[in-house]
Design a protein around this ligand. Structure first.
Ligand code: NOJ
Length: 559
């Protein structure tokens, strides 16, 4: 294995642990039941103490919130419910002063239907320059009453919506791969390119370190918008496991080549991370070529079951694919779109190929959350020891479970209505965070304000306080303290982060690998095993008599 080098030799995004903040649910500084920019600022000391390197903030732009910020009405401002540009700038500055980088979400596949361009398109005539910024087409059938093709929305139902023209008659259709209120941009139009280049510069000038690119595999559509061939498969999923005319088209790479030049024209290793649900790993690698994006989430890893063979195969394939383009890996187990890993790992199942509803994950009555928590903690040590960077979703450090009992009349995810109330959607992983045991401030979510847990934008369950930060602070065995310890070690162990790893055979139920610096990570999927000689740095479960129990992991320095 190679000698250790100073980590500062390489761009920060090759090793960073990035903490995803779902702004609406992180911390609420004004007591209105929704998180905000000042809430994030008030929790910077918590994030610093946790030991992460960067934060990614989900969309904070003005938005009608039909998809909770992923329907952007103005790309160069802040949602009034969340704060002001001035507050955003102050947050970026203060984060930087604490050594925390700031990544923001960019949503280039679609805007809100309230964006001024879309409103202008509705007023303008078919074939006008205003319409050409989006994907408008005439319908099929004698009077254009049928959608232009058979594409389906990711959230359910057809991906096309017919509009009423200004003369009061039914007219053209527009494409929306997501909610009806999220019209897709036309990336064949140079104006769209210029607009997003301007948006990038707007935020880079305000100091952001990078962008998380929403639906990064979706912006360019196949010429002629051909039907999806097999109607059964037309039901769209985010993961482009097979070629779809709206996913993973070659044209997206040209966009990223241009964006990389803009990022590189700024000081400080500015970056972008792709939300590209593409598989296999060799396709992800295309987004990570040296003149394209810096990171791309490893969704094959996220969709792995708690299964040694599956995880190992995925790690090998991913590392091989990205090695070919010289990119770092970006491991991830959780985000705001999938059932929390505590629940997934308890059931030993995948989150599904784009499906998020827990009911479809298996028999939820068999859910053993203690088992899930155990595995999630072991998984965290695995993820944080692997070569490259990692992304943690807020609450993952608390080993929060999914909230499965949100009353149906409080569900907010557009999936719920668009699937004709068959898919409860993603709200269960988006419930506002529990910070304190006190119920008066919505478990500390509302800071110093009085707020009932039910009055948060998504209601918090009455058992939420058990998992809160305050309860975990002083418990040395808590998940929070395990993450803190692991991140502290990661901060000083030069062999962690980007670099080499070597598998070690410790038995068929054991995933073990060495990193430079006599470091070993051992994850046990089977009956308890004796540990090798050495010093235990951190463990996911109590270790007795130097035996590593089932479903747990340890980091050691070995002799
Ligand atoms: C992916 C985002 O993560 C998800 O939350 C959103 O609904 C879709 N993109 C549409 O923007």
């Amino acid at each position: 294995m190679a000698k250790l080098t100073q980590r500062s030799d390489r761009p920060w995004w090759r090793d960073a642990v990035t903490y995803q903040i779902y702004i609406r649910s992180f911390a609420d500084a004004n007591g209105d039941g929704k998180g905000d920019v000042e809430g994030i600022r008030s929790r910077l000391p918590y994030l610093k103490r946790l030991g992460i390197d960067a934060i990614w903030i989900t969309p904070w732009y003005p938005s009608p919130q039909k998809d909770h910020g992923y329907d952007v009405a103005d790309y160069m401002d802040i949602e009034p419910d969340y704060g002001t540009i001035h507050e955003a700038e102050r947050l970026i500055k203060e984060a930087h002063a604490m050594g925390i980088r700031v990544i923001i979400d960019l949503v280039p596949n679609h805007s809100s239907d309230q964006h001024e361009w879309f409103q202008a398109a509705l007023q303008a005539a078919p074939g006008s320059p205003e319409r050409d910024r989006y994907i408008f087409r005439d319908g099929k059938g004698a009077s254009g009453e049928l959608p232009p093709n058979n594409w389906q929305s990711i959230f359910g139902g057809p991906a096309w919506q017919r509009i009423i023209e200004s003369d009061g008659r039914p007219g053209q259709w527009y494409l929306h791969l997501f909610a009806v209120e999220q019209p897709d941009f036309n990336w064949e139009n140079p104006e769209v390119h210029e607009y997003f280049e301007k948006t990038l510069r707007f935020w880079l000038d305000r100091g952001v370190d990078g962008f998380r690119i929403d639906v990064a595999h979706g912006m360019v559509k196949a010429p002629g918008l051909p039907d999806v061939l097999d109607r059964d498969n037309a039901s769209a999923e985010m993961l482009a496991a097979q070629r779809m005319p709206f996913w993973d088209q070659d044209g997206v790479h040209e966009i990223y080549r241009k964006w990389r030049k803009i990022l590189d024209s700024y000081e400080g290793d500015r970056m972008a991370v792709a939300e590209a649900w593409v598989s296999p790993a060799s396709r992800i690698a295309l987004y990570l070529r040296p003149d394209e994006l810096a990171n791309s989430f490893n969704f094959d890893f996220l969709t792995s079951r708690w299964d040694i063979a599956e995880l190992k195969a995925n790690i090998d394939l991913s590392l091989k694919a990205i090695q070919d383009v010289g990119a770092p890996a970006s491991w991830v187990f959780n985000n705001h779109d999938v059932v929390r890993s505590v629940d997934r790992f308890a059931l030993g199942l995948q989150p599904g190929r784009g499906e998020t509803t827990l009911d479809r994950l298996g028999d939820v009555t068999k859910l053993d959350l203690n088992l899930g928590r155990r595995r999630a903690r072991a998984g965290a040590l695995l993820m944080l020891a692997l070569p490259g960077g990692a992304y943690i979703y807020q609450g993952e450090e608390l080993a929060l479970p999914e909230v499965r009992d949100i009353p149906e009349d409080r569900l907010e995810d557009p999936r719920w209505q668009m699937s004709n109330r068959t898919d409860k959607g993603r709200d269960g992983c988006r419930v506002p965070l529990p910070w304190r045991t006190s119920i008066e401030s919505a478990f500390g979510f509302a800071g110093t304000h009085t707020l009932s847990p039910e009055d948060c934008w998504l209601p918090q369950p009455n058992w939420w306080g058990e998992h809160c930060v305050e309860a975990q602070e002083n418990d040395q065995t808590s998940s929070l303290n395990m993450y803190r310890r692991a991140l502290e070690i990661r901060g000083v162990e030069l062999g962690l982060g980007d670099g080499e790893m070597e598998w070690v055979n410790l038995g068929e139920d054991v995933l073990a690998f060495k990193r430079p610096g006599d470091f070993i990570c051992i994850v046990n999927f089977g009956d308890e095993i004796p540990l090798p000689k050495g010093e235990i740095l951190v463990a996911s479960a109590p270790i007795r008599d130097l035996m590593l129990p089932r479903d747990s992991a340890v980091w050691m320095r070995i002799k």
